[in-house]
Design a protein. Sequence first.
Length: 328
Amino acid sequence: MFATHLGSLPGTDFRAAVRLVRDRLGRADLPELPARGVGAQLVGRGASLLDGLAVDLQPAGWRLTDHPGRDQRRALALFRRDLDDLEEECSTFAGPAKLSVAGPWTLAAGVELARGELVLADAGATRDVAASLASGLADLVGELRRRFPAASWTVQLDEPSLPAVSSGALRTASGFGRHRAVDESVIGGGLTAVASAVAAAGAQVALHCCAPGLQLQWLERAGIGTVALDVALLTDHDLAALAGWLESGNQVWWGVQPTQVPDRVLSRDELVATHRRVVDRLGLDPLVVDERSAVSPACGLAGWSEGTVPRVFDSLVWLAEAALESTT
């Protein structure tokens, strides 16, 4: 078992965030700092990595355009600068490293077509976004492996909108209707396009969803072997499915530290109790669970105080080490 972080971090100092993650968690990640502006936030950062598709920021949000807009160029320039800064801080790092980026369905639910509807409303445009993201991430993974040859890279696809996409819960532009629920096979196809491209480029793939309703068969169809979840949302049905998922050799990153109340760091006793409840409900050998697990916050920490985040990381590292000691 190990400790990791998910999603965003507070503040605007990218290098300080890199050092925090490296020194506290032993990772060389590309942190997401949304306080730096829309180009550094989930959808804007993901849209900047699209290959061959242009976007621009409109009053209602990001929209596909014929030519790259100023905001896309700024977002990409910021990301390129982050890569340079990460290389200066971690060029010789040997160990795990991670890039978090919006997945294809969250982008389809967060970017508009030229006429104002979501990309999700157009099946062809949705496929184009998935293919564009796959190509952009494959190129990026290749660059990361050249810049950081001793690191082992994971691309974490953030898909908070995926359950809403599958259930038809997203409203249309008028606000009076809802987008049609997307079929499971289509969801799997979009995830497969991205995950297979990332894997072929030489990185592992994880999927993080902090909303209820994620179905593991979507990941299985796409060949994704790691899922990150908020443990507070898991039902008995979810845990039964996750037990089978773990027995098949897959991994789970358990979001044991709640994030909805900023700066509310669980005590070590509370963390242990939360972790034990999950393991007990799974009904598996704790050694099997711990060998195929990580512990993390439930979601991003962007709304937290910068001074509180190190406490979260230290507590999660302690929990991971304590869990390993209890099973050896």
